[in-house]
Design a binder for this molecule. Structure first.
Ligand SMILES: [Zn+2]
Ligand SMILES: [Zn+2]
Length: 351
């Protein structure tokens, strides 16, 4: 099992946890709903953000020439994090021996904790060790600060890694809608990230989407972003992954393994477009009414619409942050699309 603890006094700060991939929706800000969303991670799991995150922040205008690209940013941001790399994400219920310190809670949040900097201390020694986030519209999270915490015991933990076949059986994905009939926030986040990768992989060529449920997610947004101006050969987008026939298009939506973060491998020259497992699996296998036993693919054209009557608006902030990390955003046509987020300081996108 893996347990993390305080660097200062050695006290354990977590329950036994197993590593999973950092979810695409981790830092999503979902509307201004009443209260926070669910914990971003399942109980008994943790994830690591390998990139710098959190405060302090540096304004884009203050960066030296070439410095942004050195940090892996290929298009302008309002500011970039100069915080520590390797922050560790947990579900709040898996934290042990740490408490919120009211004197460390900033006042920039709305009705919960916004988590600009560490606001939890080690009960044993008082060192600030973690940042709790539970503001409205945010996924609940605790981030352990790698400067004051470390792994004190390492092992497989309560959740063994599943292979792709087990994933199909045990993790069937999440439905596209919330009980009140809106698109699920995870779908908005996953679609935003996939859209950024899709545009970059397309090279600006028109994208053909034969599967009407995949088209339902991307077509209206692609038409608004790229429009009829794009010329060149059509690039066909297909779903590819475990349990599906090999892709024969130019671009394939492939699942990202929710534990290891690996992408489903493709044969060249098909280009991968990563999609969060929980959305990919629903698109690939969910059938209404459910077939008995193992999921069986049905021809996509026989399936009903995912969510009748409303267009999925990808999460703008996630779209921009994923796109700014892709070197292809430097292509002029794609940069022009990216720059539509500039009037909003790249925290919103007018889809
Ligand atoms: Zn301590
Ligand atoms: Zn609020």
């Amino acid at each position: 099992m893996t347990v993390l603890g305080c660097r200062t006094c050695g006290a354990a700060l977590t329950a036994p946890v197993s590593r999973v991939a950092l979810p695409v929706h981790t830092r999503q800000k979902y509307h201004n709903g009443p209260g926070s969303l669910d914990p971003v991670l399942e109980p008994g799991t943790y994830a690591v953000d390998p990139l710098p995150s959190g405060s302090p922040w540096r304004r884009w205008a203050d960066l030296e020439a070439g410095e942004a690209e050195e940090h892996g940013w290929y298009a302008p941001r309002f500011s970039i994090s100069d915080g520590p790399a390797g922050q560790v994400l947990l579900a709040p219920g898996d934290v042990r021996g740490a408490v919120i310190d009211p004197s460390l809670v900033g006042d920039s949040a709305c009705c919960g904790l916004g988590g600009g900097k560490p606001n939890m201390v080690c009960v044993t020694c008082g060192t600030p060790v973690a940042t709790r986030i539970d503001d409205c519209g945010r996924w609940q999270a605790v981030w352990l600060d790698p400067r004051t915490t470390s792994v004190i015991e390492i092992g497989p933990g309560p959740h063994p890694t599943l292979d792709w076949t087990d994933l199909i059986d045990q993790r069937p994905g999440i439905p596209p809608s919330t009980p009140d009939g809106n698109w699920h926030p995870i779908w908005e986040a996953a679609a935003a990230s996939a859209l950024a990768h899709l545009l970059a992989a397309s090279g600006g060529d028109p994208i053909l989407i034969p599967d009407h449920r995949v088209a339902e997610i991307f077509r209206p947004t692609l038409d608004r972003l790229v429009g009829p101006a794009s010329t060149g050969p059509e690039r066909a987008l297909f779903l590819a992954g475990p349990g599906l026939a090999a892709a024969d298009g130019d671009l394939a939506l492939v699942p990202e393994h929710p534990q290891t973060g690996e992408l489903w491998p493709l044969a060249r020259p098909v280009k991968p477009v990563p999609l969060a497992w929980d959305v990919w699996a629903h698109l690939a296998f969910h059938r209404d009414p459910k077939p008995v036993g193992r999921p069986v693919p049905i021809l996509p054209e026989a399936l009903p619409a995912l969510l009748p009557g409303s267009r999925l608006k990808p999460d703008g902030q996630i779209f921009l942050s994923v796109l700014s990390r892709l070197p292809k955003v430097k292509q002029l046509w794609l940069r022009a699309i990216y720059d539509r987020g500039r009037p909003y300081n790249y925290s919103y996108y007018p889809f």
